[in-house]
Design a protein around this ligand. Structure first.
Ligand SMILES: [Zn+2]
Length: 274
């Protein structure tokens, strides 16, 4: 017997968690018609204070902007940290000029979403995965005090994206240690997610779908501030990310959604006998 469409949707979302901005957080298994094959664990699903950390401004807004828009929708805080300006990303505009336009676009896009754009100004293509960068990101974490961080998955062809992944892992570790004395006191990040990004697809497996239906239009509008959004630098970001929001919505029973991946150690669920 061939599987029905509902069987396929159930299989497609098995083990994944669907998070709604409007109706509170719930498991995909609790949707009508879904088997109770997942159980809530001790994972935090808090999108009330979100910091995204990206190698380049385009990644921060296009691949990671949805969760920030969800945070600011509920009057919570959202931050976009770009480790570089992506200043070498234009085939025709000189880096200094292009970097300035990228920074200006990021600031404008963040303001449209009621969030804040932050920058660390490492050279595009040469983001160093060293302790100086890790402590700089640690300081931003302690300053912003996010409950949730969204960043790059390591399965990327882009060396800056892989560097960002490593920097964030260690920055979260440093930020949480009270014995590491910096200007700001220690802060523990409750949840780390990796974003679905067209350049970071090797080994990326979504386990969480976040409902962005109420913020999708605002998020896409903010992305459109960037000149590269419509494919000017070669890749049609607008088509890709707006289509993925629809596709991820289809498999999570939301109208629009973003797919996220939890870090390995945060996939553990603690199930209490009722
Ligand atoms: Zn990038």
């Amino acid at each position: 017997m061939s599987p029905t469409r509902r069987d396929f949707l159930t299989m497609a979302s098995r083990g994944a968690v669907a998070l709604s901005a409007r109706r509170g957080f719930f498991d995909a298994a609790q949707l009508p018609g879904r088997p109770s094959n997942t159980t809530s664990g001790s994972q935090d699903r808090d999108f009330s204070n979100v910091l995204v950390i990206a190698a380049h401004p385009g990644d921060a807004f296009f691949a990671m902007g949805g969760p920030v828009a969800v945070a600011t929708l509920s009057k919570s805080k959202g931050y976009f940290l770009s480790l570089s300006l992506g200043e070498r990303g234009s085939p025709s505009i000189p880096p200094q000029q292009y970097g300035a336009s990228q920074q200006s676009a990021a600031e404008k896009a963040a303001a449209l979403l009621g969030a804040k754009a932050l920058f660390l100004h490492y050279p595009d293509g040469e983001i160093p995965a060293n302790d100086e960068a890790k402590f700089s990101v640690c300081d931003v974490i302690r300053q912003c005090k996010p409950s949730t961080i969204v960043t790059h998955w390591k399965g990327s062809w882009h060396k800056d994206h892989r560097a960002c992944y490593e920097i964030v892992q260690d920055a979260i570790f440093y930020a949480a240690l009270p014995a590491i004395v910096r200007k700001q006191p220690a802060h523990t990040v409750r949840k780390l997610y990796f974003a679905s990004n067209w350049e970071d697809v090797v080994g990326f497996v979504a386990d969480t779908y976040l409902d962005i239906t109420p913020v999708c239009e605002d998020w896409l509008n903010a992305c459109s501030v960037f000149p590269m959004w419509r494919g000017e630098s070669g890749f049609r970001y607008n088509d890709y990310y707006s289509s993925m929001a629809v596709a991820h919505g289809c498999v999570s029973s939301f109208k629009r959604a973003v797919a996220l991946m939890s870090s390995d150690e945060q996939r553990i669920q603690n199930i209490q006998t009722p």
